[in-house]
Design a protein. Structure first.
Length: 278
């Protein structure tokens, strides 16, 4: 009888222990939360959360319902004040630590960037303003670019800045839209590039020069082709909303009428500022 009682107690204790070990709670991901901050809040490891949510694939987003394994009794409901306090902490932690894999989602729409464990961030919308210089023809220009991480609109103007006198003035303005990518490494270094077709107008003005028998001539031509550029940058500052501004340097090539001959040799140096939006 005593032996049976002891076995029953041991069995009951083991069952209670197993139930405690298998206890789980549900957690809905809030804005600013990461796997690390959630694991720290529930005093479990990121690996435990991954095992309990095999379909997650290491990616969390706002509104995702997670199963959290826990060894202690935790209330399923958290007060609004507690949740706000946790969110404030996690928002500060997001800026100080890298996540294993994080994708934010707000109101059903994916946010504009993804953070991974190798400190590589794919940024979304933003703008670039660049100065252009073509050394062979001594051309100077400006370029403005707007868009997302995948698509962009670009407009440019370039000129030899020779107006009046006996020299021929020449200028070209063009615009186009195409694909682009922006990558930020370690939150401080930028690599970006774009490729797009363009259309524009090219104008030249040749003044009359009696000394060399040159007649005055004004010419305006339609131009088209493709343009591509690549640049690297270093971060200068962050805005209050977490957006970043980079100083970039790069090279622009143009294939007029889609002809690739001498397009690299006739390219332009570019230097300017790029703003990336998180």
């Amino acid at each position: 009888m005593m032996k049976r009682t002891i076995l029953s107690l041991l069995f009951g204790t083991a069952s209670m222990f197993a139930m405690a070990q298998n206890q789980t709670v549900s957690h809905v991901v809030q804005r600013g939360e990461t796997l690390e901050s959630i694991a720290e809040y529930y005093n479990v490891s990121v690996e435990d959360i991954d095992k309990a949510n095999p379909n997650m694939d290491g990616v969390v987003y706002v509104g995702l319902k997670l199963t959290i394994p826990t060894n202690s009794t935790i209330q399923n409901s958290v007060t609004k004040e507690e949740r706000q306090s946790v969110n404030e902490v996690t928002k500060r932690n997001v800026q100080l630590q890298n996540t294993d894999s994080y994708v934010a989602k707000d109101n059903g729409n994916m946010s504009n960037h993804r953070t991974s464990s190798n400190n590589l961030l794919e940024y979304g919308g933003g703008s670039s303003f660049s100065f252009l210089y073509q050394s062979d023809a001594k051309l100077y220009g400006l370029q403005l670019e707007l868009g997302t991480n995948l698509f962009c609109l670009s407009t440019s103007i370039i000129s030899n800045l020779k107006f009046g006198g006996k020299a021929t003035s020449a200028s070209t303005a063009w615009m186009g839209g195409g694909v682009r990518r922006k990558l930020v490494i370690a939150d401080n270094f930028l690599i970006q590039g774009k490729l797009y077709p363009y259309i524009g107008l090219s104008q030249s003005n040749t003044p009359k020069n009696i000394e060399i028998g040159q007649e005055a001539e004004d010419k305006t031509e339609f131009t088209y082709g493709a343009s591509a550029d690549v640049s690297v940058g270093i971060k200068l500052w962050n805005t209050g909303k977490g957006n970043s501004t980079f100083l970039h340097v790069g090279y622009v090539i143009m294939a007029s009428e889609f002809k690739t001959r001498d397009m690299i040799k006739g390219g332009c140096l570019m230097v300017g500022l790029t703003t990336v939006i998180k």
